[in-house]
Design a binder for this molecule. Structure first.
Ligand code: NAP
Length: 306
């Protein structure tokens, strides 16, 4: 079968290789992959790939072999999955605790856009606590995670300010109910909660716009610039703030995947797909994702462009 493997080259981060089909463990189902979606964090891993790296965490497709231990969906079920790796291939072995069954109303492209970004959004919002009537600042908002966080937080009653590079990148977020600004400096505080993923100078600036005792959840560093904080600046500003480091990754994912599928089915969550194309275009798409040229999610199809 065909699989995309890392090259270590910035201009073409992956290339096709002919490899044997994976052999599932007893708790894994074999999925024929119809669509997959890359994430910003995966583009970082591809810069200096470990020798054993098999990229691909977000997939949707068809169960062609059910798990030998009897768990999970049966043969023929349409599923969305979040394997630890190996999803950018014609077939992937996925633990059944990281699969959810899809209804007919959700196609594979929209489903593949869900796992990592959607689970991150759900878990971020749980970390933030109740958002009803609370003021929230979200940085790096135009990406995959940002669109899901915005729709779910506004739906939960938050007054959300989203930071995007340009008005065009904020258009859909505004439709979803966000106040959109184009730099953290322009955001009108004070905020109860900050969801920060760009790092560099943005984090201390966002921190200075919080109310005393507020919560800043730090979940990324898209700018690649480390953060510098000055203890004494906070004495003149919002004291007693909490900064919480966040990482979404903790299996099992079945329950959160099922929740995302259900929200999409009920039209309470809408995957925002900025690019959908054939998986022959994966290398170019990864470069464009890394260089901020894609709004929302990018989805690659193994069966040809739509
Ligand atoms: N901690 C976790 O568990 C976890 C899980 C998933 C994702 N993440 C992180 O969360 C962030 C969002 O993930 P994603 O998958 O939604 O990524 P994404 O789709 O690539 O979106 C990232 C957004 O960050 C903004 N951005 C990129 N480079 C920037 C820069 N140099 N300065 C300021 N803003 C920049 C871009 O928006 P504009 O170009 O419009 O500004 C982009 O839309 C990433 O940093 C990712 O690594 C963390």
């Amino acid at each position: 079968m065909q699989r995309l493997i890392p090259t270590g080259e910035a201009a073409r981060p992956v290339a096709f290789a002919e490899v044997p089909q994976p052999v599932p463990e007893p708790g894994e189902a074999l999925i024929k992959v119809e669509a997959f979606a890359p994430n910003r964090g995966e583009t970082f891993l591809l810069e200096r790939p470990r020798p054993d790296l098999l990229p691909g965490k977000d997939i949707a497709g068809l169960v062609v072999q059910a798990a030998a231990d009897g768990s999970g969906p049966g043969i023929g079920a349409r599923v969305v999955g979040h394997p630890a790796q190996g999803g950018w291939a014609e077939y992937a072995a996925v633990p059944t605790h990281s699969l959810a069954v899809l209804p007919d109303s959700i196609d594979s492209a929209r489903a593949a856009a869900l796992p990592l970004a959607g689970i991150t959004a759900l878990r971020l919002l749980r970390t933030a606590g109740s958002l009803a009537g609370r003021r929230v600042l979200l940085t790096g908002a135009s990406g995959g995670v940002g669109h899901y966080v915005t729709e779910l937080a506004v739906g939960a009653g938050a007054d959300l300010t989203a930071v995007t590079a340009t008005p065009v990148r904020g258009e859909r977020l505004a439709e979803l109910g966000a106040n959109v600004v184009h730099e953290v400096a322009a955001a009108q505080g004070p905020f109860d909660v900050v969801l920060e993923s760009t790092g560099g100078p943005d984090l201390p600036l966002a921190l200075s716009k919080m109310r005393p005792g507020g919560l800043l959840v730090w979940f990324g560093q898209a700018s690649r610039i480390p953060v510098t904080l000055d203890f004494f600046q906070l004495l003149g500003g919002p004291e007693r703030v909490t900064i919480q480091h966040f990482h979404y990754a903790q299996a099992p994912y079945h329950a959160d995947l099922s929740a995302l599928v259900s929200l999409v089915e009920q039209r309470r969550l809408h995957p925002e797909i900025g690019r959908i194309t054939d998986w022959a275009q994966t290398a170019d798409t990864l470069v464009d994702l890394r260089e901020r040229r894609i709004r929302g999610k990018a989805v690659l199809l193994t069966g040809g462009a739509p």
